[in-house]
Ligand binder design. Structure first.
Ligand code: PMP
Length: 530
């Protein structure tokens, strides 16, 4: 168990090494691990061999990789797979990193890779929680599309994810059988749509481990969510000279709303720097706190580098200074199991479309007492209990923040998407994607003229790179000819790219349905012309 255990009680956590301590232990045990990862970045070779088994104090035994049960967990019914009690993501992450040789050999047993072009087994023998990879891919009809005469390879998941049939069917069912506005009507369909909408809210609550569905506010997406918290909760706290901390890794959606309220109130922004690998520097973070610090807003996963930030420590340190923190979960929600209660997050926000749900829907999690204290963001219908020309009494949570008619069907679709993921099991999704990302990084390292940007030990989904002699746009266009969708440009995160000396980059992003074949297709296509 580690301090990152999502469901551990405070008593269970006492005396358990923190993930920082685990990192230190890992560095001691495997001093050349970082070097190995750097080697990937500079394409100078493979990750060095690691001992076959080793034990981390308080952690897991590192041994052979069991695809059927990647966490070595007791079996649980599929319906409960998302609420597994014993999950410890960072132990697994370190374990994965440290047994990289094992992981790759386990991987090689399943997929030989671009180097040989051979497969010892296919997607139907790769099990991810309750399904095989082949079954998961079948669940997403768009993955069968042909683009430019080739099989679509969707590696643009950071921009948006594809939708499973379960979500598409749920939307159709809603419009065929349940469509009505919610809350207000006194007829049968109003009751049906309200039930579907509120059930979706409950699914979101369970998926992120919130205490109550009152703490879940539906919004259009992460951008609206951050603007809501900035204006409703943070802005009233600010006086001239007050400080808001953000990180260098942020998407513009987690920079500009804070700049806007800073401009309006005379507050200032302070920025957590990152190191050469793209990881936030915790000691520098801590130095930013002063008596004027009023709020922290940081991302969980960088949308450009894929860095998984030390979110537990970021929260603990903010709270040590009595400061509230918002976590931008746009790039973590589909990839890493999240438990906002165990994290003690004050606010956690995400977009539905990044987690296999429709566009136009997302959610804010906020602790009840904080949402209660916050002012409404939008005024209008639904958010009121009573209106006279003299005064308005606001509705109770969460309606207080849901003025007007929201994206009802899309919220229902979000519920279907999260249920789909829970049935597979988020811990297994996390483990699978980690394995696939390691594979992708190793294969990318075989290409000459490619520079990887961001080599943090803990990464999820995204990897950004430059190719000597080619513009990023050219790379994107050439890959498109092979049916491969990656994103190029500044990825709405200019400060972090500039930190590494670039204005843009090529950025593939993985999701649970991506296969080793997708990675091979990318590497093969790049090799054919660079
Ligand atoms: N934050 C991060 C980290 C993101 O990756 C994105 C989308 N790329 C956003 C915020 C904004 O999300 P949306 O456009 O869905 O509001």
């Amino acid at each position: 168990m580690t301090t990152t255990d999502r469901n551990a009680t405070p008593e269970e956590l006492a005396g358990v090494p923190s993930s920082l301590e685990l990192t230190a232990i890992a560095n001691q045990l495997f001093p050349d691990l970082t070097e190995g990862i750097d080697a990937v970045a500079s394409h100078s070779g493979s990750v060095p061999a690691q001992p076959e088994t080793a034990a981390i104090p308080g952690g897991a035994e590192f041994g052979a990789f069991d695809w059927q049960n990647p966490f070595g967990l007791p079996s649980v019914p599929a319906a409960n797979a998302g609420t597994v009690q014993a999950y410890a993501p960072k132990v697994v992450s370190l374990e994965q990193a440290k047994e990289s040789e094992n992981a790759v050999s386990a991987g090689a047993a399943n997929y030989a890779g671009a180097a040989t072009g051979e497969r010892t087994s296919g997607n139907d023998s790769i099990r991810i929680g309750s399904k095989t990879l082949a079954q998961i891919r079948n669940d997403f009809p768009i993955l069968s599309e042909k683009v430019n005469g080739r099989q679509l390879v969707w590696l643009d998941n950071g921009a948006t994810t594809q939708k499973p049939q379960a979500v598409i069917d749920r939307l159709a069912y809603f419009y065929e059988h349940e469509n009505s506005n919610v809350h207000r009507g006194a007829h049968a369909l109003a009751a049906k749509s309200t039930d579907a909408y509120e059930n979706a809210r409950n699914v979101v609550k369970d998926f992120i481990g919130a205490g109550s569905s009152e703490e879940i506010v539906f919004v259009r997406g992460t951008t609206e969510a951050i603007n809501l918290i900035a204006n409703s909760y943070v802005k009233p706290l600010l006086t001239p000279g007050d400080e808001i901390i953000v990180s260098i890794l942020e998407h513009h959606a987690n920079i500009v709303p804070w700049q806007l309220i800073a401009e309006q109130t005379g507050a200032v922004l302070k920025v957590i720097p990152c190191d050469e690998t793209g990881q936030l520097i915790l000691s520098e973070y801590e130095k930013l706190f002063t008596s004027r610090t009023k709020f922290v807003a940081t991302t969980h996963v960088s949308n450009v580098l894929g860095t998984v930030t030390p979110i537990e420590e970021l929260v603990v340190i903010a709270h040590r200074y009595g400061v509230r923190i918002l976590i931008d979960g746009a790039q973590s929600i589909a990839h890493i199991p999240v438990n906002v209660s165990a994290l003690d997050a004050d606010f956690f926000v995400f977009s539905g479309h990044k987690v296999f749900a429709p566009t136009g829907i997302g959610a804010v999690y906020g602790k009840k007492e904080l949402l209660d204290a916050a002012k409404p963001y939008h005024g209008g219908g639904n958010m009121i209990a009573d209106v006279t020309f003299e005064r308005t009494i606001y509705n109770a949570l969460p309606n207080k923040f849901e003025a007007g008619t929201g994206s009802i069907a899309d919220a229902v679709g979000l519920g279907a998407a999260l249920s789909y993921l829970s049935e597979i099991g988020m811990p297994c999704v996390y483990r699978w994607e980690h394995e696939l990302l390691q594979y992708a990084l190793r294969e990318m390292a075989t290409l000459r003229g490619v520079t990887m940007i961001g080599t943090a030990l803990d990464k999820a989904s995204a990897f950004a790179f430059k190719v000597d002699g080619y513009s990023d746009e050219e790379i994107g266009k050439r890959l498109d000819e092979f049916g491969i969708a990656v994103r190029t440009g500044h990825h709405c995160a200019q400060p972090v790219l500039r930190r590494f000396g670039y204005e843009s980059a090529v950025r593939p992003t993985l999701a649970l349905y991506n296969s080793p074949d997708d990675i091979d297709a990318l590497v093969k296509a790049l090799r054919s012309f660079i």
